[in-house]
Design a protein around this ligand. Structure first.
Ligand SMILES: Cc1cc2nc3c(=O)[nH]c(=O)nc-3n(C[C@H](O)[C@H](O)[C@H](O)COP(=O)(O)O)c2cc1C
Length: 219
């Protein structure tokens, strides 16, 4: 059965609340970080961005400006229509993927309706988001997490498949945004999934699909 938009939206918000639980009860709980409004115009012509798209594995430690983070997350999987739908297509109109931003000041959950980052974990877990050295010092690692519990009446293999496809579309949005904005990125599947899931304190049915590093080039 396909979820209605309303159900999917309600599920998304419930998921966001649930997902935010690890921070609850901790002293001096950080506030949600509202992002500046994204720039939805401009950027590079599409064919020029496609010409520049590539993966990079050498990153400067320079953090991303708030406006850049805002534009990046909107391009990745922000809301682009009054219906609440997104910049990337998604399976059966069920909102399956959450984007977490692992940065030096902790892990944040992207909440597209408010276009805000919800505090999720205080820890700097960047080094656990992949098996390559650069992930520990690059300013941002996006971690794509799937809500398996929202993918009813299909097998675990199909869950993994459709969640991965949803993630791939987001990943390409990030690649093209980075090409356009003069940033660098790499989509990554070489992860210790068990360790990362544990570090992120993910509920049982949720699973990491991929990660993606974003930053400024070290060159
Ligand atoms: C599903 C998938 C998983 C990937 N995993 C990794 C990874 O773990 N580490 C990495 O450095 N690159 C990873 N990549 C990036 C590819 O290595 C890269 O896209 C490919 O070598 C082509 O290079 P290009 O992106 O510069 O065109 C992955 C790409 C995809 C699509």
């Amino acid at each position: 059965m396909t979820m209605t938009r309303r159900e999917a939206g309600a599920g998304m918000l419930a998921g966001a609340t649930l997902a935010a639980t690890p921070m609850i009860g901790s002293a001096q709980e950080p506030e949600p970080r509202r992002l500046p409004a994204p720039h939805k115009e401009g950027g590079m012509p599409l064919m020029a961005a496609l010409s520049l798209r590539h993966s990079t594995r050498e990153y400067s430690v320079q953090p991303l400006a708030a406006q850049t983070l805002s534009d990046l997350l909107w391009a990745a999987f922000g809301i682009n229509r009054p219906s609440g739908d997104r910049t990337a297509p998604y399976w059966r109109h069920v909102m399956v993927i959450d984007i977490y931003a692992a940065m030096s000041d902790g892990v944040w959950l992207y909440e597209p309706k408010e276009h805000a980052l919800l505090p999720y974990l205080r820890d700097d877990i960047r080094a656990l988001t992949g098996l390559q050295d650069f992930v520990g010092t690059a300013p941002l690692n996006l971690v794509y997490v799937a809500h398996g519990e929202r993918m009813t009446d299909i097998s675990p293999e199909e869950r993994r498949l459709y969640a991965s496809v949803d993630t791939g579309f987001i990943g390409q949005n990030v690649y093209l945004f980075c090409a356009s904005a003069g940033l660098v990125t790499v989509f990554r599947g070489a992860l210790d999934y068990a360790k990362l899931g544990q570090a992120m304190k993910l509920p049982a049915q949720q699973f990491v699909t991929f990660a993606q590093t974003v930053g400024h080039s070290r060159a």
